[in-house]
Design a binder for this molecule. Sequence first.
Ligand code: C3B
Length: 832
Amino acid sequence: ANNTVKTAASSHTQGHDPRRGVGTAAMNRAILDHLHFTMARLPALASRNDWYMALSHAVRDRMLDDWLASLHHFRNKELKVVSYLSAEFLLGPHLGNNLINTGMWDAARDAVESLGLRLEDLLRQEEEPGLGNGGLGRLAACYLDSLATLRIPSIGYGIRYEFGIFDQLIRDGWQVETADKWLKFGNPWEICRSEIAYEVKMGGHTEYHHDADGRLAIVWLPVKVIKGVAYDTPIAGYRSRITGLLRLWKSEAVESFNFQAFNAGEYYHAVDEKVVSESITKVLYPNDEPGVGKLLRLAQQYFFVSCSLQDMIRVHLLRSPRLEEFDQTFAVQMNDTHPSLAVAELMRLLVDEHGLGWDAAWKVTRSTLAYTNHTLLPEALEKWPLQLFANLLPRHLEIVYEINRRFLDEVSRAYPGDQARLARMSLIEETGGKFVRMANLASVGSHAINGVAHLHTELLKETVLADFYQMTPEKFCNVTNGVTPRRWVLLSNPGLAWLISESIGEEWVTAPEKLRELECFASDPSFLSAWRGVKDANKRALAAAILERTGVAVDPESLFDIQVKRIHEYKRQHLNLLHILTLYHRIKRDPGAQIPPRTFIFGGKAAPGYFMAKLIIKLINSVAEVVNADPEVAGRLKVVFFPDFNVTNGQLIYPAADLSEQISTSGKEASGTGNMKFSLNGALTIGTLDGANVEIREEVGEENFFLFGLNATEVQALKKSGYHPGRFYEEDWELREAIDAVRSGLFSHGDAGLFQPLVDHLLYDDEYLALADYRSYLECQERVSTAFRQRELWSVKSVLNVARMGKFSSDRSIREYCEKIWKVPIRPPFPH
Ligand code: C3B
């Protein structure tokens, strides 16, 4: 496997400029220099982390030429800059990705080896920046890769959380969270820009004054001022000679505000102030979908939006004094509603701080901003209690009211007398407590609104944003998500990347439609056997990691059936468990049952406060304990919970999958992106018609996709007609057997009460229709088992999946954003 890693990376090293000193000797020298001058270490005493840091600094140095050249684009009036506002960027480790994208892999590997070290060991040393929860944050990271690869001037703006998503430990089968101290050993990839800093006001009240000319001036007198300092991270495009910018804000105390105080009492007060100010960017909220408002979260959102917009205005003013033309400098994308305060903040900056009239400011705000929606779950739509909003952002509340007043006037003109519609569309919710509705604010303040998969966008238009769609249908469009083939194939599956490139050349990395050329290899037996060889090696690597981390030995020959994603009831990890329990019972009942050996692998974090999700993790581990220890199913069934699923672990897991579990209730998963990563790495999908599964199935062909379950329309109909999960339980004895086993205490050392809440939830509520889809899922899994027995045919399907996944490159998504939303021209690819 090591050999494949080397060969694959080698085939992607052409294209860099030798003048930049990226030969082996120059790299060797640079690493030693950094060990000496940056880390202050003698080689003999250097730790693995010292070497990792030295190598990373050497690599970063070599990215700076391109970076400085790219930063220059921000001043070029001809080029519009894409500004991606996101509270989360789930980047994953930088080093390997940067080596791949810049073409320095071979030189780095050889230099490191000449120093008696192994590149793999240094790569493993990196603590990944886990500045996101899941799909939304990872999507932002893939988009930065594509923006840089496509040579589009861009800035990702976000928050430099001191603690990212927690590390997950499993203790006695339960999830335990520990703090993610990712900065503990230093971060060689960021550059602190102390001189790029902005003040952000919070709290207090507003006052209205008339100046000497009788003009009204609005003054916001805050109770607190916080400073945001820019930390920049270069994002290498793939062989594009462009380096994109990720600018994350860290909160600090404003020195001038309180620190002049010198007597002791004042001094301690000032230090307290510093603690409060710095706490804003301390920690990422670990909920995949937000619940009702926490003040600190609103403060985080406002803080990063304000710093980012102030920074954009500064950049714009370098180009032109006319803020009416701001929309020609920047296209700003709001990644979900988390940055939707940008609507009010841009208005405030333009009107209050820069003296534009309301109408001019509104025109430029709307034509600059666009909004991506990522979820239909009603509980996930952000809304802030009005009082909390007013306390933190008194001026913004006034602005929201003014936007709302004007907007509701338009609504009444369009729909005279329709009070119900007015109430639904208002930026302020008034039924049962008052709230500011962030999705409505984002929709009103944007010129474009998009969903993230075809089905999702259609449902958005029919449900959550139906009123907005009816009033302004021209604003709506779909941009189906994508993932970067650089990190998700080239870096994480070098064996597969090498085999593909050997067969069809390397262009697929930036032109994935070329993958289609693999189709004709699907009938070549020697190619198929090489294909299987790659998968088997990946499975062995995962099996070794599973043994190391969980102590469970799994058989790499068995079918690797994998579900990795956040733990959530709508994603239905418990439906997967019901299948496992049924197979378990079937084998015990009939030891001769024709069931090919399977290894079920789960991974994913649960929000710390989400009781049911945590109980599902406990149940997975409890079932694993019983099944894995039962001699009657030995060699036939294994169940594993892979702890701490994150980007790093994903890079090991996706390439090793035979079967990808995409089994959410239809209509609930906006898109999914794990589904794309699996399929792009040659797994077949078992899935519902949900999110991007629909489009994946269309592309790969229905004969290469295992479809089951109710579709979104049927889900709605069943719910409307009154859903009684108990009936499915009564009428399906195998389902009953599975649930009764959980109920009996079989998996909880006789404690029948432990899983009672989960069982009750399923029998009496089952909001996500697991029981309704159980039989269809089981039958579909039988088709999977049958197909897996014909290994040759399975491999053909696997090849065809990869060959037809080109659409799901994030490059395609970014091109669509450019055309449909940002109005940014697509530049021709860099000549390699
Ligand atoms: C996720 C959705 O749940 C996924 O279906 C989708 O693929 C990704 O976003 C990216 O679009 N999502 C998330 O991770 N966090 C949210 N708060 C909302 C949606």
